[in-house]
Design a protein around this ligand. Structure first.
Ligand code: G
Ligand code: G
Ligand code: MN
Ligand code: NA
Length: 250
């Protein structure tokens, strides 16, 4: 079919690229790293990563797309210093496979002057993990190699705090539905506070996603949230960002 052909072309000719969105320290505005976000060919039905990954999963091609996306993310990455982090989304289904090969990941990292310590794998909380103990084992395997782990979209899915704690993440990325207008909704504030307190005790760092306005930024900073991401701080793009938190806050 048309879709199958388009998708095969994408895999075969590597017709995807990554855009990068900054993740910023709310203390001082320093960019801690970038999240890589996959984009398909412009004006194709597969421009959106959601469409790409949904189709790949349905057609049994998730591994191929995931590998290509990770390689593309690393190849296109730019770092000013060796300490910046590259956040890469990993489909939940991949965590069910102990053989989940890192492919050429290590070589590609080295070519960029990076190590696994520079990479954070984002595991979404939205789709519930089928075999939790398997997911834990796979993540443990990654951790031993030096990669870091973030729970993505936290607060939007079905995981309990206990499940999150068991996965021993380095970061919790709180979903943008809880960030949007947080200054106007006490319930969102209480949930965020819970994440901050919980994370502090377990030495996990909190990233607030989807910050779009100053009021949200100020509120989150006052609450002691460590990092922020969102259109206010920087849109996904092809170039390094610069953020002046002082300017933003005035
Ligand atoms: O960038 P955008 O808002 O279109 O992303 C939509 C969704 O697609 C997000 O949930 C994001 O995590 C996911 N996504 C983007 N890039 C990748 C990728 O390379 N791999 C995976 N698994 N998901 C991605
Ligand atoms: O599921 P995940 O958190 O990986 O989704 C990341 C996506 O969220 C990115 O593709 C990006 O386009 C989108 N995003 C990033 N910042 C904002 C924001 O401030 N507002 C909205 N609406 N979307 C955002
Ligand atoms: Mn993400
Ligand atoms: Na997210």
């Amino acid at each position: 079919s048309f879709f199958r052909e388009q998708f095969q072309q994408i895999l075969q000719h590597r017709l995807i690229h990554s855009v990068y969105q900054p993740i910023v320290s709310l203390k001082d505005g320093v960019i801690a790293g970038y999240e890589a976000l996959t984009r398909g060919p412009e004006n194709s039905p597969f421009q959106s990563p959601v469409r790409l990954f949904e189709y790949a999963e349905r057609e049994g091609l998730l591994y191929s797309l995931d590998r290509l996306a990770r390689e593309t993310a690393i190849r296109g990455s730019f770092f000013s210093k060796g300490r910046e982090l590259l956040f890469i989304n990993i489909p939940a289904a991949i965590l069910q496979d102990p053989q989940f090969a890192s492919g050429k990941t290590m070589e590609l990292l080295q070519a960029r002057g990076l190590t696994p310590g520079n990479v954070v794998f984002e595991i979404t909380e939205r789709s519930s993990i089928e075999d939790f103990s398997m997911a834990k084992q796979v993540l443990e395997h990654y951790r031993r190699q030096g990669y870091r782990i973030a729970i993505d979209d936290a607060g939007a899915g079905y995981s309990s705090l206990q499940a999150i704690a068991e996965l021993q993440p380095d970061f919790i990325k709180v979903d943008r539905s809880l960030v949007q207008d947080i200054h106007l909704h006490k319930t969102k504030e209480y949930i965020m506070e819970t994440f901050v307190t919980f994370a502090k005790k377990l030495h996990i760092e909190v990233i607030a996603e989807g910050i779009e306005c100053i009021e949200e930024l100020l509120h989150l900073t006052r609450m002691g949230v460590h990092y922020g991401q969102g259109f206010l701080l920087g849109r996904p793009g092809l170039e390094k960002s610069s953020v002046d938190i002082g300017m933003v806050k005035q």
